[in-house]
Design a protein around this ligand. Structure first.
Ligand SMILES: *Cc1c(COP(=O)(O)O)cnc(C)c1O
Length: 241
């Protein structure tokens, strides 16, 4: 327990440091705040509870069934749940019912289904569109060229609120390349806002690159192993398809 909290505090301290290094022109939201999303895939509900007790309230999950199990176990906590995994259309209903945010929307069909399935008594689902910024063919995400059309159509859906963009860049140790990829995301967001949209979220940066992401303007960083340690073997990821 102590170990998990120490890691969390170390990440929080790193965030503060990166924020002070950040050029003010790189800030894309009004407050300048950076939100730490704890990525808890493959971690037990107990680990999440420990992090929660240390002050962490926002958690990101990738696998629907695993997330629903944890939500049931942790129903006594006031957690804000973010879905950050790939989204199949047969999962959209449960995702729309059980999460506050969805990162990683990259096609209209999924957005439409999420909007249709969002319960009327809940506020709109908060959405980030995933952009494939490094152009790897295997990656999900829209290309920068496809982005504007998707932004327009998603903005028109009644039960979604488009908040901004999300990316998982090609992993690299080359810090200059990390900067460049995150900067491209910021430029995309700023371009959209110049065209009249009001987007305030850049969901980018993971354990290996969140400091660089913050310097380039990330408003939500998604951090797993730096908080929880290495993920246990894939056993609990058996959500499959
Ligand atoms: C697993 C995951 C993360 C966190 O990765 P770490 O390297 O453990 O910080 C962030 N975002 C997404 C979409 C993920 O799947």
């Amino acid at each position: 327990m102590v170990i998990s909290n120490e890691r969390l505090q170390a990440v929080q301290a790193d965030i503060k440091k990166a924020v002070t290094k950040r050029d003010t022109e790189h800030i894309v939201n009004q407050t300048g705040e950076v939100t730490l999303l704890a990525v808890s895939k493959a971690q037990t509900a107990e680990k999440l509870r420990e992090a929660y007790e240390a002050g962490q309230t926002k958690f990101g999950e990738n696998y629907l069934q695993e997330a629903l199990n944890k939500q049931a176990e942790l129903a006594d906590l006031n957690i804000e749940w973010h879905f950050i995994g790939p989204i199949q259309s047969n999962k959209t209903q449960l995702i729309a019912q059980h999460f506050t945010w969805v990162h990683g929307v990259d096609r209209l069909k999924i957005a439409q289904r999420l909007s249709d399935a969002r319960p009327a008594d809940l506020p709109p689902l908060q959405i980030c569109l995933q952009v494939n910024i490094s152009g790897e063919t295997s990656k999900s995400g829209v290309t920068p060229n496809e982005l504007l059309d998707l932004v327009r159509t998603v903005c028109a859906l009644p039960k979604l609120t488009l908040r901004g963009l999300m990316t998982i860049p090609e992993p690299t140790d080359d810090e200059a390349l990390q900067h460049q990829q995150f900067k491209q995301m910021r430029d995309l967001l700023n371009d959209l806002n110049k065209q009249g949209f009001a987007l305030n979220t850049l969901s980018m940066g993971m354990s290996s690159d969140y400091k660089v992401a913050i310097e380039e303007g990330a408003t939500i960083i998604r951090v797993g192993s730096a908080i929880f340690g290495a993920r246990p073997a894939k056993v609990s990821l058996e959500d499959s398809n």
